[in-house]
Design a protein around this ligand. Structure first.
Ligand code: MN
Ligand code: MN
Length: 353
């Protein structure tokens, strides 16, 4: 034997009975079980930086299913970025948001609720989407969204580029049985007609949705828009579809409370879909995205806007355009994961009451 080599002798240790005795359902690691709902990995017993990166360390839907359980709210990844016009990379968004969500804790002091105890929440993994065929990708996303909500559950989708909002809106309006109200948080309008002759891109989903009649023309609003456009006709065409616009500057001048009041009045009790492009945040708060624009919201402002929507009839939501290759120190991932957490809080609160 070479003198630098040591003979391998396997170390035999007793199994960690103590830890395994603490095991809860689903998988053999301890979880927070509250109100009968299986929650995140118990980070007092397992370091939160180890193990699988599910969203907020929640159980996987497939693991719940092995115990014949399902989830009231599912969070799913749509890893697709074939619709982008500038920087690619949002296909890696779901994995990045999950990794950045490890520090989320079960109790939300902003609402005084524990969303993962109010109802069962689970990570449904990622949709398997064709990256070479946008039409097929859109069809897959709609089918999967319908399948995941067939039991009446709520769905939060993490993108992926903004193309995915169209099939998600189709599914949401089918489930609602009518066109849905839309709050669209984004630096951009995303109501352009086509790009290089392509009708289905991340810059066109809400024009297609308006044309298809799946969004309620009396309750549509872009929030956080800013940055240069191709021309004044962009705004004219957008307004013709019924969209209201609250610009990033409006939020600065009017303040969060007034904006919340305006949004709540516009939405009323209609079924509401929220589509949140992470580029609504300033690049200082979310550099990891495809088409950044200066002068955006802070993550604090965006979190407060979502908290102000408590009690509205939220039927579905997405957080899109997280592109981790341009992120630094998980800034964008952390912002996105906290925004997802607030959306889950809204959904859980609604279902529990
Ligand atoms: Mn955008
Ligand atoms: Mn967008």
């Amino acid at each position: 034997m070479h003198p630098l080599c040591r003979e391998f002798s396997p170390v035999v240790t007793e199994p960690n009975i103590k830890l395994r005795e603490r095991c809860e359902h689903v998988i053999d690691i301890p979880r927070v079980v509250d109100n009968g709902n299986i929650g995140p990995v118990n980070s007092a017993l397992v370091p939160r930086y180890s193990g699988d990166a599910t969203f907020a360390l929640l159980p996987r839907l497939r693991d719940l299913k092995t115990e014949a359980r399902s989830a009231d709210i599912k969070i799913v990844g749509a890893s697709f970025d074939t619709g982008v016009s500038y920087r690619p990379g949002a296909r890696f968004g779901p994995a990045h948001v999950r990794q950045s969500s490890r520090l989320l804790r079960p109790y939300n002091p902003a609402t005084g609720t524990s969303p993962f105890a109010q109802v069962q929440v689970a990570d449904a993994g990622d949709m398997a989407i064709n990256p070479f065929n946008i039409a097929e990708a859109i069809a897959t996303i709609e089918e999967d969204a319908l399948a995941l909500t067939a039991d009446g559950g709520s769905l939060l989708t993490v993108g992926g580029d903004h193309t995915i909002a169209l099939p998600l809106l189709r599914a949401a309006s089918k489930r609602a049985g009518k066109p849905v109200a839309l709050l669209h948080f984004d630096a951009h309008l995303d109501t352009w007609d086509s790009y290089f002759g392509a009708d289905y891109t991340h810059g066109t989903p809400f024009r297609r949705a308006a044309e298809e009649g799946i969004i309620d023309a009396s309750a549509l609003c872009h929030v956080g828009t800013r940055g240069p456009l191709y021309g004044k006709q962009d705004l004219n065409e957008d307004a013709a579809f019924g969209f209201g616009i609250i610009t990033s500057a409006d939020i600065f001048y009017k303040g969060i409370q007034e904006i919340i009041t305006m949004l709540r009045e516009r939405i009323g009790d209609r079924p509401l879909y929220i589509s949140l492009d992470i580029d609504v945040l300033d690049p200082a708060h979310a550099p990891g995205t495809g088409t950044p624009e200066a002068g955006g919201l802070t993550s604090r402002e965006m979190l407060e806007l979502l908290r102000g929507l408590r009690g509205l009839n939220l039927v579905g939501a997405d957080v899109v355009e997280v592109a981790p290759a341009y992120d630094h120190a998980e800034l964008t991932g952390i912002a996105a994961s906290h925004l997802c957490y607030e959306l889950l809080t809204l959904m859980a609160d609604l279902r529990a009451t």
